[in-house]
Design a protein around this ligand. Structure first.
Ligand code: D5M
Ligand code: FE
Ligand code: ZN
Length: 529
């Protein structure tokens, strides 16, 4: 099997009680005699080391590595994954054109079988070339204790930061100032959506709140902007422009503004040809974990065809967890949460050691459920240490090769899909729900409902900077497209349909890996089932 060498090295070191960092595995794999190099590395490692690093290796195998490229030991995967060209299936609001997209959604009208690269195995890449930076991580910054005053603070921060994005577009007045303006005046306000009601005659009454008070805004049902009302959710921040009624008690609304992504947004791209695989929802420990698909994916990463895939981003739900949903235990293959992470770590070891991995947690992971979620703790990091992955909070912005990727597990997508009309967001088009999060510049605008949000000093869920790529998972459906030049990707999952999903007709997209070209931001979804 391809990649056998890396895997053997990691397993061999693990058997001797060592972890290894990426560089060490790369160096060992490229040694002319990996077996011997490994023996010497272990001998040379300090007695208290539990991890073999590139530094240990350089001391013992200097001159023995790098100059001698690894020779393929096996033939390429005889049953290569398939990816279909389906063409662009979505055009973003504002007329932005989607990047070239290929995806396999079971549509066999335009099948293209990928021939294997032909030149055998992936050659380990140089970790020194990697450019990774992480921003917006709550880990270690959490101050919230759940006091009421902290909720006030976090909502005030949300309001201030999102209002800041709207101030250039409207000449707004605070609610208390609007309350004392004469009837018939033009007025503009920035507020958080406090209530949305329909009136007896079918018009819409939106109550907006700012730091000074609330003000009711009426949207007439026959106006074009009435179509925007069904995409509003509680607690998002918008601006309105309109005219006060004669008695000045209500604002007749003419325009609604969202913080939004500017149409002019120009995404950054890598200045070399390099790719990232964006996945999520592995769910190791579930009886439905798709181990075969996972192994095919890992094997493919070891082929020359996957040579340019240098990054692997995992957007949460590494394991199935325990006690997440009622009766979940009946579908568990591994009942102990730590054993689930140990099994996940073994599966992760199947991918090439030279990949740069970034992981955030999801709602099935063993971290607090309320968002923002901090990264895995030391104990879990210890279990998942094999690739020296970057472990960060949910959400986080990870900049790889100049391309900023906003990683968010996606718990709010369920509510967005439930609250928005079918054509604006659905399980079949999860990327459209993502477009609305971008438009609202917040990954989980609605508080209450099913979303748990932890009060912090600042609102970590605000999308401050426009990302180049927005990566979510959670709903177990594959979908991607662009919104004002931001590439939105919801990765599928590695778990077959569960009983619950069967009962509510969720048909998961299992075993897909969307691959992003970081130099062009083109996306190709590969299928491994
Ligand atoms: O979520 C996978 C998807 O399935 C996501 O859209 C939520 C939904 N789901 C799965 N199980 C349940 C239960 N029991 N109640 C409500 N919604 C559910 P994941 O986080 O991977 O389980
Ligand atoms: Fe999941
Ligand atoms: Zn989830």
């Amino acid at each position: 099997m391809p990649g056998e060498t890396d895997r053997r090295i990691i397993a061999e070191l693990a058997a001797r009680g060592y972890n290894a960092d990426r560089e060490a595995v790369t160096l060992l794999a490229s040694a002319s005699d990996p077996e011997r190099a490994l023996d010497r590395a272990v001998e040379a490692a300090p007695p208290d080391a539990f991890k073999i690093t590139g530094d240990h290796l350089r001391e013992v195998v200097e001159g023995d590595t790098r100059d001698s490229p690894r020779t393929p030991t096996t033939t390429p995967n005889p049953d290569p994954p398939v990816s279909d060209a389906e063409g662009s299936d979505s055009v973003a609001d504002g007329g932005a054109v989607t990047p070239v997209e290929t995806k396999d959604r079971g549509d066999d009208s335009v099948p293209t079988t990928n021939e294997p690269g032909g030149d055998g195995e992936r050659v380990p890449t140089d970790p020194e070339e990697r450019l990774v930076d992480i921003l917006g991580d709550i880990t270690g910054q959490s101050t919230g204790t759940g006091e009421y005053s902290e909720f006030v603070t976090v909502f005030r921060d949300r309001y201030e930061r999102l209002a800041g994005k709207l101030r250039g577009r409207v000449n707004h007045r605070p609610a208390d100032a609007i309350q004392s303006m004469p009837g018939g005046s033009d007025a503009e306000m920035i507020g958080m959506v406090n209530d949305i009601r329909s009136t007896a005659s079918g018009h819409w009454l939106i109550e907006l709140e700012d730091t000074t008070g609330v003000f009711p805004c009426l949207v007439m049902k026959d106006r074009e902007i009435a179509d925007l009302v069904n995409e509003l959710v509680y607690d998002e921040v918008i601006a309105v422009r309109g005219t006060l009624a004669d008695d000045a008690g209500i604002l007749f609304t003419d325009e609604i503004f969202f913080p939004d992504v500017p149409h002019t947004h120009k995404p950054n791209t890598a200045d070399r040809h390099v790719q990232a695989a964006l996945i999520s929802d592995v769910h190791v420990g579930s009886q439905e974990f798709a181990a075969d698909a996972w192994s095919r994916f890992a094997d493919w990463l070891h082929t020359a065809e996957a040579q340019d895939v240098e990054y692997l981003l995992l957007a949460g739900d590494m394991v199935e967890g325990v006690g997440i949903y009622p009766n979940q235990d009946e579908e568990l293959d591994i009942v102990d949460i730590y054993e689930q992470y140990e099994a996940f770590a073994e599966y992760l070891k199947e991918v090439p050691g030279d990949l740069e991995i970034v992981m955030i947690p999801g709602n099935h992971d063993a971290v607090r459920l309320a968002e923002p979620q901090p990264a895995f703790d030391e104990e879990l990091r210890g279990i998942m240490s094999a690739h020296d992955a970057r472990i960060t909070g949910n959400p986080s912005t990870v900049t790889i090769e100049d391309v900023s990727v906003l990683m968010y597990h996606g718990m709010s997508l369920d509510e967005m899909i439930a609250d928005l009309p079918e054509e604006k967001a659905s399980y079949d088009n999860p990327e459209k729900a993502m477009y609305h999060l971008l438009k609202k510049r917040h990954v989980a605008p609605k508080y209450g409902g099913k979303m748990r949000i932890a009060p912090e000093e600042r609102d970590y869920l605000v999308i401050d900077e426009v990302p180049d790529v927005f990566h979510t998972g959670h709903v177990h459906k594959l979908g991607f497209g662009t919104y004002n030049n931001v590439t939105a990707i919801n990765s599928g999952c590695w778990q077959e349909q569960t009983e619950f999903q069967r009962s509510v007709n969720i048909d998961p997209d299992v075993g897909y890996a969307p691959i992003v070209d970081l130099d062009t931001l083109d996306v190709t979804a590969r299928k491994f089932t």
